[in-house]
Design a protein. Structure first.
Length: 308
């Protein structure tokens, strides 16, 4: 909110923290050889870095955070499309129906956001067309990042089938190898570091340390991001893909609700309808209803002897 263009310094800080932690505890200060050939990690990292930077930069192009979250929730569409094209996969009618529902939800939210941008721009006729063009460029950036992220997922799936799952190793290399790429963004990162230094002072509870409040926000962001990404990587090895997709979907939904209520982002009834389409479609895709049925049946069977 205070510095909308600070995405690069946020991403760099996240990558640096995870890379340092992985270098110490996973790579054993560089002495441990990777189980997956390093050249494959370079390909994966190029995709991962591109997706992270493009998604962050889209926020500078008149893209509101709720629309940003909803658009990225459409990863199922991109994954299915590339799965059909690249892996020659075929899906059931219910899968196609769920994807259609997600597509409708994203279209609804995108269309209503476009109307909001157009109406806001009409207040200033000189900047109106330019603001709308920037918004269109933001939508194009989100679309590109969505497709690139889906392609990265297919590439990861292929690697894990061939070499086995190594979540901690993948987490480390996905964050360590892109670090030199941030040199291209160094001026922007330095500019926001200076702005962060100029923010109001804040005393950290318990420890009593005083520092600029933006650095405190950044620190909390890095810690929570590490917990989040580490949990997702562990989840991929410990649970089925159904469970992982469901957990990530619910996390996105909670983030969206929090963003709307706490930060008072504009959200109309049409946005709520579009959001419902996206998340119901995602749950249909994961077939969570089929999983809940046997689970409820087992719960009932366990209760009956006690009741008798």
């Amino acid at each position: 909110r205070q510095f909308p263009g600070c995405g690069n310094i946020v991403t760099f800080s996240q990558f640096l923290f995870i890379a340092v932690e992985g270098f110490i505890f996973e790579a054993n200060f560089g002495r441990k050889r990777p189980a997956i050939p390093i050249r494959n990690y370079f390909i994966m990292v190029a995709m991962f870095f591109t997706v992270s930077v493009v998604n962050n930069y889209a926020l500078n192009l008149n893209i509101a955070m709720p629309l940003h979250m909803i658009f990225r929730s459409g990863s199922l569409i991109a994954s299915m499309a590339l799965g059909i094209i690249i892996l020659k996969k075929r899906y059931s009618v219910s899968k196609y129906s769920s994807i259609a529902l997600v597509s409708l939800g994203i279209f609804t939210c995108t269309f209503m956001s476009a109307k909001q941008v157009a109406s806001d721009s009409s207040l200033n006729q000189e900047d109106g067309p330019q603001a709308f063009l920037w918004w269109l460029l933001g939508i194009a950036a989100l679309t590109f990042a969505l497709l690139m992220s889906a392609r990265m997922g297919i590439f990861q799936e292929t690697l894990y089938k061939k070499f086995g799952k190594h979540s901690k190793e993948a987490l480390f290399y996905n964050h360590a190898l892109p670090l030199p790429g941030f040199l291209l963004l160094a001026p922007n990162i330095y500019q926001h570091a200076v702005l962060f230094n100029q923010s109001e002072l804040f005393q950290v509870p318990v420890i009593g340390l005083t520092l600029p409040i933006m650095w405190f926000y950044l620190l909390m962001n890095v810690i929570t991001q590490y917990v989040c990404i580490r949990g997702v990587f562990i989840l991929t090895t410990e649970c089925t893909s159904l469970t992982v997709t469901l957990v990530v979907t619910l996390r996105k939904f909670v983030s969206l609700i929090f963003s709307i209520l706490y930060f008072q982002n504009p959200f109309t009834g049409w946005h709520w309808l579009g959001t419902a389409f996206v998340f119901v479609g995602t749950l249909m895709y994961t077939e969570v209803w089929n999983s809940l049925g046997p689970l409820l049946a087992r719960c009932r069977s366990r209760r009956r002897p006690k009741e008798e």
